[in-house]
Design a protein around this ligand. Structure first.
Ligand code: 2AM
Length: 474
């Protein structure tokens, strides 16, 4: 029997669907799973009658692969990846390629890259996005690792990935952990997009919009400049009625959000590098706050706020203003995310290409959206673009939206409706365009208690001054 073109270890749903996707593009695939019964079930069901062979024995699995072997690991992120790598090492040869397609932390990927390079084993850390359906029909793939390792898997990954205008949503991102880093930022941005949509919904709900009306709004938005997968599914969510109660299902769902941690990793990495991603940060914190359900229920009767929602706006007016607030905030979130990627690229020497990243995110993944075409164009037009907000298209949108955006944030604040991501985005916008921030006072305070010195606006940069501040008498 001929050898397989590709091997995959880890047959949870993502793994199974990727196997089916690879096989459907004309490749022979071998599979292995720690628990053999899972492999058997897959062979008897999804893989039945297809060019897929399963193995209960890892050695036989490895031997079934054509060299250089291409083995993708799709197991739980963390120690399981290391465990599988260790099991493979005695069985594979120098020049074989291991791909980690899970949601690994980029520093783990950096470590594994170095470890395997020493042993002459090729390694690619690939972010894969698109959920179960994406894995089956075409995900966005963000591979990182040495270029020559990438070339080995490029034909298969290009074949299985999503396509936009005939272009594969899969490009080599950079060395080492670059692929998993880009995937991490993708997830952070996904958190931001979702939270912004939730804030729009919260305002609409307070203003008395029915689920049906909201389904129509998001459907309309999905046909305009906000067109995206997340807006589309949001529209559909509002159309689903709970059979038991006859209410929209969304109103029966517990308001306690889960997270697997990639959003938190994004925030940690941003803090470490001194990047500002306040929209994503707000989204991560909003999830954490949502999980304090019992505390919130307990606090609700004790802490006062405004009662009846008042806006003085027609529903049509409110809809338009919320649209502008959402779109402007989304631009800020992406501007922050792209700048964080650039900072990481400089720090780790990855040479990330912003246009390529936006291009890969256009299809297959959760944040896929029309507007990524604009981001791609912005960075292709000016690879050195300092901030997405300063690109002509995005600048135009922000300038045209800012008045409505402010009005929405003010309205939310007046009515006691939390809009952490809308307002964090607006504060970033207003800070970034401010020539003079109040950090002069901050410098005075630092000089007061710690003699940290300060620069003066009327003296050359780099010249430091100190004031003898009056002694504080307690
Ligand atoms: P299992 O079916 O044997 O549990 C998602 O959990 C996937 O990762 C599953 O295919 C699971 O295999 C696999 N997995 C989790 N931990 C693993 C480990 N330590 N070694 C090998 N596979 C593991």
């Amino acid at each position: 029997m001929s050898k397989s073109d590709f091997g995959l270890i880890g047959l949870a749903v993502m793994g199974q669907n990727l196997v089916l996707n690879v096989e459907s593009r004309g490749f022979r695939v071998s599979v292995y799973n720690r628990t053999g019964s899972v492999t058997e079930a897959f062979l008897a069901d999804g893989a039945k009658g297809r060019n897929i062979e399963g193995h209960a024995d890892l050695k036989a699995f490895v031997e079934s692969l054509a060299t250089p072997r291409k083995i993708q690991i799709m197991v739980k992120a963390g120690g399981a990846v290391d465990a599988v790598i260790e099991q493979l090492l005695p069985l594979i040869d120098q020049g074989d390629l291991i791909i980690d397609g899970g949601n690994s932390l980029f520093t783990d990927t950096q470590r594994r890259s170095e470890y395997l390079e020493e042993k002459g084993i090729l390694f690619i850390g690939a972010g894969v996005s698109g959920g179960e359906e994406g894995a089956l029909k075409g995900p966005a793939i963000m591979p990182g690792g040495p270029m020559d390792s990438w070339k080995i898997i490029e034909p298969i990954f290009t074949a299985i990935s999503a396509k936009v205008n005939g272009e594969a949503c899969c490009r080599h991102m950079g060395a080492g952990g670059a692929g998993h880093y880009v995937k991490m930022i993708h997830n952070g941005i996904e958190y931001g997009d979702m939270q912004l949509i939730c804030e729009a919904y919260n305002l609409f709900k307070a203003a008395g919009f029915t689920a049906e009306e909201q389904a129509a709004i998001f459907d309309e938005w999905n046909r305009g400049d906000l067109e995206s997968y997340l807006i589309q599914i949001t529209s559909k969510i509002f159309t689903i009625i709970d059979e038991e109660t006859g209410e929209p299902i969304v109103e029966r769902i517990m308001d306690r959000a889960g997270q697997k941690g990639t959003g938190r990793w994004t925030v940690l990495s941003a803090t470490e590098m001194g990047s500002v991603i306040s929209t994503i940060n707000a989204a991560v914190e909003a999830r954490i706050l949502s999980s304090w359900k019992e505390d919130r229920v307990e606090a609700a009767p004790h802490l006062q706020g405004p009662t009846a929602f008042q806006s003085g706006l027609s529903k049509e007016e409110l809809k338009q203003k919320v649209h502008d607030a959402l779109f402007a905030s989304k631009i800020i979130s992406y501007a922050q995310g792209m700048n964080m990627l650039r900072a990481a690229s400089e720090q780790y020497g990855w040479g990330l290409n912003m246009g390529d990243i936006a291009s890969v995110w256009r299809g297959g993944c959760i944040i896929r959206a029309q507007f990524l075409n604009r981001i791609k164009e912005a960075y292709e037009g000016n690879p050195e673009l300092k901030n997405l907000m300063l690109d002509d298209y995005f600048k135009g949108i922000l300038n045209a939206s800012q008045a409505n955006w402010r009005e929405v944030v003010a309205l939310a604040v007046t009515n006691g409706i939390p809009v952490p991501a809308f307002s964090a985005s607006l504060a970033y916008y207003d800070s970034y365009r401010e020539e003079r921030l109040p950090a002069n006072l901050l410098q005075a305070q630092r000089d007061y208690f710690g003699a940290h010195t300060y620069e003066r606006i009327d003296k050359p940069v780099g010249e430091f001054f100190h004031t003898e501040w009056p002694e504080v008498i307690e």
